[in-house]
Design a protein. Structure first.
Length: 345
């Protein structure tokens, strides 16, 4: 009861409504060691309880500025007329109470640790493709020698996956929850669209429907953001200084030397069982064939960089390699069950 009485009188004192009788009573309570002890113990209990509860709230924007503004406001308060009759050391107790209460809400967030993300990974071997659906109804087709890591736990207002290799995405539309694909050298952001990403061999993004934004960003940078505060991940990505590009339906971007080269395209791709190559090095085509079919292929160095344009639709690995060998004046040699060589004549 004593603590409640002190707080009530302090509130009246702050508003300038404290009469002489109440002022005398407040002086009496402050001169009582037991009353001050009860007050401090009560404040400590409230502080500890609120400190635990406040950890559940996310860090809000401009928190540091808000903290400094409130504390400065407390320190700069002009005393009411009644304070002339009130000893200065009593005012100190009121100031301490204000600072403690302000500190409950403004200081603990610095050390708050975010909830750890729980990840799940789906992988494929060379020559293996998988088709699956995420909980938000997004559909993913995963090419060979690739993996998708997705968040099983909640990530707030973001949908996040990590890609190694190649995958075709048909992202369920949700404007309130952007979909981020994190790959080794770039990040792709969408809210609902379909597109293909090759994150390793060609570092490309091609859009089949809707719009896609792609940001050049290395894995180390976004991994740090994920571990520290994934709630700010989208803001940090969109404000990054790396090269970025917005792609529309029928556009294709390739990342070369940290710059995006954008071209149009009208073709299908591996997800339609069709392999399309326009002016690509023979060695690159063979890497893609290895990923899709699962057979290893070696090629003579003399023809490895030869540019080739060709399309294969529902062809066997032997048919593909035989055609490529003939186009490059080379012989196709089967070394073992899943090992081929294209050798210059």
């Amino acid at each position: 009861m004593t603590t409640k009485e002190i707080l009530t009188l302090l509130e009246k004192f702050k508003s300038g409504k404290l009469n002489n009788q109440e002022l005398s009573r407040l002086k009496q309570l402050f001169e009582s060691s037991s009353a001050l002890k009860d007050l401090l113990q009560s404040m400590q209990m409230d502080y500890d309880l609120l400190k635990v509860q406040i950890q559940e709230y996310p860090i809000y924007p401009n928190q540091e500025k808000t903290k400094n503004r409130i504390l400065q406001s407390i320190l700069n308060q002009n005393p009411h007329k009644s304070t002339k009759r009130f000893p200065f050391h009593y005012l100190g107790w009121a100031l301490v109470a204000s600072l403690v209460i302000a500190g409950i809400f403004l200081y603990p967030k610095k050390s708050t640790k975010q909830q750890e993300i729980v990840w799940e990974t789906i992988s494929t071997l060379h020559g293996e493709q998988k088709h699956f659906r995420l909980s938000d109804s997004t559909e993913i087709k995963l090419n060979g020698n690739s993996s998708i890591t997705y968040a099983k736990s909640t990530t707030g207002q973001l949908r996040i996956v990590k890609l190694q290799g190649e995958a075709f995405f048909d992202v369920a539309k949700d404007p309130q929850r952007p979909f981020l694909i994190l790959s080794k050298d770039f990040v792709t952001r969408v809210v609902g669209t379909s597109f293909n990403i090759d994150s390793d061999i060609e570092k490309s993004v091609e859009v089949n429907s809707g719009k896609v934004k792609v940001f050049q960003m290395d894995e180390k940078t976004y991994s740090t953001l994920l571990n520290q505060d994934f709630t700010s991940l989208e803001t940090q990505i969109t404000q990054s200084t790396g090269h970025k590009v917005e792609l529309n339906k029928g556009e294709r971007a390739v990342l070369t030397n940290n710059n995006w080269e954008v071209k149009s395209f009208t073709n299908n791709n591996w997800y339609n069982k069709e392999l399309v190559h326009f002016g690509e090095k023979l060695s690159t085509i063979l890497k893609k064939a290895y990923r899709y079919y699962g057979d290893s292929i070696t090629v003579s160095p003399e023809i490895a960089n030869t540019k080739t344009t060709i399309t294969f639709k529902r062809k066997s690995i032997e048919q593909v390699l035989q055609t490529l060998a003939e186009m490059n004046n080379a012989n196709l040699i089967k070394k073992s069950d899943q090992l081929w060589e294209i050798k210059k004549k």
